[in-house]
Design a protein around this ligand. Structure first.
Ligand code: SDX
Length: 424
C-alpha cells in the first residue's frame, strides 16, 4: 500500500507524499499540490502546518516533552549551563571542555559595544521599552559590522554571529537598564561567567552563585522551542537572505507581543492587578472564562502543550529556591499558586487543556532578582538568542530552502472600472 496521501477535489484524486520524522511525526508534503490541482491549503495561525524539517528541538505537546538535540530539558536544566546548551543547539553536539572554553572565549572577545552603538543606545529616553531598544539596536549593529551584509552566510559569519550576539545583547540590555536608573554602565567581566557577568553589569554588586545559577537555568529553559511565532519570524526574514541582525531584530519584535514572550511581563501586571484588587483570584478566573470579557489568564495556555509545559514545572520549583536564597517573601507567588490550583480544577481550563506555560512563574524569579518588569521579555530574548541563531543557521544551510512566500485566498472586490471623482 502506497504511503502517499490521497486527496479528492471536485472528482479528481491527487496523490501527495507523506514524510515521517525521527520521532514518528507525520506530514503530507503539499509542495506539488497547486501545480497538480490548482488548489492551495489555508490554515489559520498555521496550527496544522509545518514550515520546515528541523533537527534542533523536539517537543510533544500531548506528553509535555521538550528536548534540545535529543537531550531532555530536565537533564539540561539540572546538569548543563547556558553557554554549553547554546553550543549544543548551535553545533548539534555537547562540547568537549576545549570546545566549551573556546566558545566562551569567543563570546568574551565581544565584551564591549562600538562607541556608535553606545551613542544610539543613549538616544533612547529612559522610558523607552527595552524590547524596542533591543530590536532597534540589534538592527543597528549591521551598520558597524558590514561583513555580515554579504548574502553568503559563511562558516566564519555563522560562528561569529552567535558569539557576538550572545555577548552584545547582554551588554545592550544591562547598559540600557543602567541608563534608566541614572547610573553609568558597568563593564562586562567575562571571568565571572555568562549569567553572573550579566547580573553584575545590571546591579554592580556581588552576585551569589546560586542566584546566578538560577538565572542560567532560566536561560536554558528559554533557549529554543521549535517553530514558535518569533522563531518563525527569524526564519521568514532569514529566508530572504537578509543579514542575521535583521533576522534577530525581527524575532525580537515578534516576541514582544503579549500572546507570546510579552506574556511574562503581562503575568506580573496581572498578579499585581489581582493583589491591588484585594487578592481574590477566583474573581479573575471567572473573568478569564467570560467571553464578553477580554481578560485572559496570562501565562496560561499554549498552542502546542496540551499538558503541563515542562519548563513551567522546573521554573515553579526554582521559585522556591531563589526566593528563599534571597530571603524574598513575594505575595504574588501565593496568588500565582492559588490561580494555578483554581484553574487546574476548573472545567473551562481542563476542557481546553489550559496549563501554566513558561511565562507563568518566570516573572516571579526575575522580580526577585531585581529585574524590572518591563525587562522580563528582554530576558526572554537573552535566553532565546541561541535558539533563534541555531534555527537561522539551519535555514541558511538548507540548500533546498526557498524564500518564505505564502499564498492567499482573495475575498475582495471583483474587477471594476475606475470612476472620475466627479462621477462618484
Ligand atoms: C509563549 O509557541 C511557543 O512555543 C511559544 C513559547 C515559546 O517558548 O516560544 O512557548 C512562549 O509564547 C508561551 C505563551 C505565552 N502567552 C500567554 O500566556 C498568553 C495567554 N495565552 C493565550 O492567549 C493562548 O493560550 C495562546 C496564545 C498561548 C495560544 O493560543 P491558541 O493556540 O491560538 O489558542 P486559542 O486562543 O484558540 O485558545 C483556545 C481556547 C479559546 O477558547 P474557545 O474559543 O475554545 O472557547 O482556549 C481559550 C480561548 O479563549 N484560552 C484562554 C486562554 N488561552 C486560551 N482562555 C483564558 N485564558 C487564557 N490564557
Amino acid at each position: 500500500m502506497s504511503d502517499n496521501a490521497k486527496l479528492e477535489i471536485k472528482g479528481n484524486t491527487y496523490e501527495l507524499p507523506v514524510i515521517t520524522g525521527t520521532e514518528g511525526e507525520t506530514a503530507i508534503d503539499i509542495t506539488t499540490l497547486r501545480a497538480k490541482s490548482g488548489v492551495i491549503t489555508i490554515d489559520n495561525g498555521f496550527m496544522n502546518t509545518g514550515s520546515c524539517k528541523s533537527a534542533i528541538t523536539f517537543l510533544d505537546g500531548e506528553k509535555g516533552i521538550l528536548r534540545y538535540r535529543g537531550y531532555p530539558i530536565e537533564q539540561l536544566a539540572e546538569s548543563s549551563n547556558f553557554v554549553e546548551t547554546s553550543y549544543l543547539l548551535f553545533n548539534g553536539e555537547l562540547p568537549t571542555k576545549a570546545e566549551h572554553d573556546a566558545f566562551y572565549s569567543k563570546i568574551s572577545s565581544f565584551s564591549s559595544l562600538p562607541s556608535g552603538v553606545k551613542n544610539i543606545l543613549n538616544q533612547f529616553p529612559a522610558t523607552a521599552h527595552p524590547m524596542g531598544v533591543l530590536s532597534a539596536t540589534i538592527s543597528a549593529l549591521s551598520g558597524f559590522y558590514p561583513e555580515y551584509l554579504t548574502a553568503e552566510a559563511t562558516e566564519e559569519i555563522k560562528n561569529k554571529s552567535i558569539a557576538q550576539l550572545m555577548a552584545q545583547v547582554k551588554i545592550i540590555m544591562a547598559n540600557f537598564y543602567r541608563k534608566t536608573i541614572g547610573k553609568d554602565p558597568v563593564d562586562s567581566n567575562p571571568a565571572l561567567g555568562y549569567s553572573k557577568d550579566f547580573l553584575n553589569m545590571m546591579f554592580d554588586k556581588e552576585i551569589d552563585d546560586e542566584v546566578a545559577h538560577a538565572l542560567d537555568t532560566l536561560l536554558i529553559l528559554h533557549a529554543d522551542h521549535e517553530q514558535n511565532c518569533s522563531t518563525s519570524t527569524v526564519r521568514v526574514v532569514g529566508s530572504s537572505h537578509a543579514n542575521v541582525f535583521a533576522s534577530i531584530s525581527g524575532g525580537v519584535d515578534a516576541l514582544w507581543g503579549q500572546l507570546h514572550g510579552g506574556a511574562n511581563q503581562a503575568v506580573l501586571e496581572m498578579l499585581d492587578e489581582i493583589k491591588n484588587d484585594g487578592g481574590d483570584y477566583k474573581k479573575f478566573i471567572n473573568k478569564a472564562k467570560d467571553k464578553d470579557d477580554s481578560f485572559r489568564l496570562m501565562g496560561f495556555g499554549h498552542r502546542v502543550y496540551k499538558n503541563f509545559d515542562p519548563r513551567a514545572k522546573i521554573i515553579k520549583k526554582a521559585c522556591d529556591v531563589v526566593l528563599e536564597k534571597l530571603n524574598v517573601q513575594d505575595p504574588l507567588l501565593a496568588i500565582a499558586r492559588g490561580l494555578e490550583e483554581e484553574a487546574l480544577k476548573d472545567e473551562y481550563f481542563v476542557q481546553r487543556n489550559l496549563y501554566p506555560n513558561v511565562d507563568f512563574y518566570s516573572g516571579i524569579i526575575y522580580k526577585a532578582l531585581g529585574i524590572p518588569t518591563n525587562m522580563f521579555t528582554a530576558m526572554f530574548v537573552l535566553g532565546r538568542l541561541p535558539g533563534w541563531l541555531s534555527q537561522w543557521k539551519e535555514l541558511r544551510e538548507d540548500t533546498t530552502g526557498k524564500i518564505a512566500r505564502p499564498r492567499q485566498i482573495y475575498v475582495g472586490e471583483n474587477e471594476r472600472n475606475y470612476k472620475k471623482i466627479s462621477d462618484r
